[in-house]
Write a protein that binds this ligand. Structure first.
Ligand code: PEP
Ligand code: MN
Length: 339
């Protein structure tokens, strides 16, 4: 729509689209409103619809999107999407760091981790309360008790919180306690879960599945966007490796510039799960920022050797602190900053 389009003009454009049995989404941007058509448009309707809409007052232009993902594409939305959560802006010029334990284990463990995140300049606190473990006999997370600890720690240290959701029935309780939901690699193609998160409107990080192509990953984001939820952050966390001898997955850093070109959504990188070994996490964190990532998702633990989950890839607090000081320099070198 034109920057000065009135509410009535916006409503009229939406009504016209809906009169063809299509879904129209009102998507306010910084300066103007975009209206996305979140449906497949029958080919025979395309031209007529474009002509009808073009003639309406308040309509600036019609954009035909060639990609399967429409709302996620940069063709549809040219400017970077910046997601503001409690004043933390993800996708802007600032590089933001989320850190915390793989799993929330206790008050003592989580609060010690949160203290380090705050001390060294992280903006977000991560921690899993529901863990998707390969074995049913492994620690599965503290559930609601863990969510409550996360919310307390977030408040205590002034950190935005992020936690994984594995079951769509937990949406309300996770939304109540955490600022951002994380859809894990194993659930990237859980479409009912993505749709439910889309309906909730809650901010979400969608991790790339280890076997997912970039287009499949962007289509996962499209499931959330198609419900009118524009608070979507993508997270690269490594793809299936050639061998597992030295690293857990292969960090596909080339996906960062590719996704930044194809999409307007913020992209962050999780080098912890990609490497599976804390020794490589700092190098790949620096590389991720250099490659254009908008942020990092890191696992840290006050006592990694006793961690209940993913201790081998977790940084100790002092190593995290040292990394943060280097990240500031890398960000600066490419015209960005870590606050
Ligand atoms: C996690 O972040 O702890 C996690 C389980 O990650 P992924 O879904 O990438 O394996
Ligand atoms: Mn983990």
């Amino acid at each position: 729509m034109k920057a000065d389009a009135s509410d009535a003009e916006i409503r009229e454009a939406i009504k016209r689209i809906e009169s063809y049995n299509l879904t129209a989404l009102n998507l306010p941007g910084g300066e103007r409103v975009a209206i996305g058509i979140a449906s497949a448009i029958p080919p025979e309707l395309r031209e007529t619809l474009a002509e009808v809409l073009e003639s309406l007052p308040g309509v600036d232009r019609i954009t035909h999107v060639s990609r399967a993902y429409k709302l996620a594409s940069r063709e549809f939305h040219e400017a970077n999407t910046v997601i503001d959560i409690k004043g933390v802006r993800i996708g802007g010029n600032e590089v933001v760091v989320a850190a915390g334990p793989c799993a929330i284990e206790s008050h003592e463990q989580l609060f010690a981790a949160a203290k380090s995140v705050k001390e060294y300049g992280g903006k977000l606190l991560r921690g899993g309360a529901y863990k998707p473990r390969t074995s049913p006999y492994s620690f599965q997370g503290l559930g609601v008790e863990g969510l409550k600890l996360l919310s307390e720690a977030g408040k205590e240290f002034g950190l935005v919180t992020v936690t994984e959701i594995i079951d769509q029935h937990d949406i309300d309780v996770v939304a109540k306690h955490a600022d951002i939901m994380q859809v894990g690699a194993r659930n990237m193609q859980n479409y009912p879960l993505l749709t439910a998160i889309g309906r909730s409107g809650h901010p979400v990080v969608i991790k790339r599945g280890p076997s997912a192509t970039i287009d499949e990953w962007l289509l996962a984001a499209e499931y959330v966007l198609a419900q009118g939820n524009t608070n979507v952050i993508l997270c690269e966390r490594g793809v299936h490796p050639l061998d597992r001898e030295h690293t857990r997955y292969t960090l596909d850093l080339s996906s960062v510039p590719v996704v930044k070109l194809l999409s307007h959504l913020p992209v962050i990188v999780d080098p912890s799960h990609a490497c599976g070994n804390w020794k490589y996490v700092s190098s790949m964190s620096k590389a991720a920022i250099a490659a254009g990532a908008d942020g990092l998702l890191l696992e840290i633990h006050p006592d990694p050797s006793h961690a209940l989950c993913d201790g081998s890839q977790s940084l100790k607090p002092d190593a995290f602190g040292e990394l943060m000081s280097y990240l500031k320099k890398v960000a600066e070198a490419i015209g960005r900053y870590v606050d």
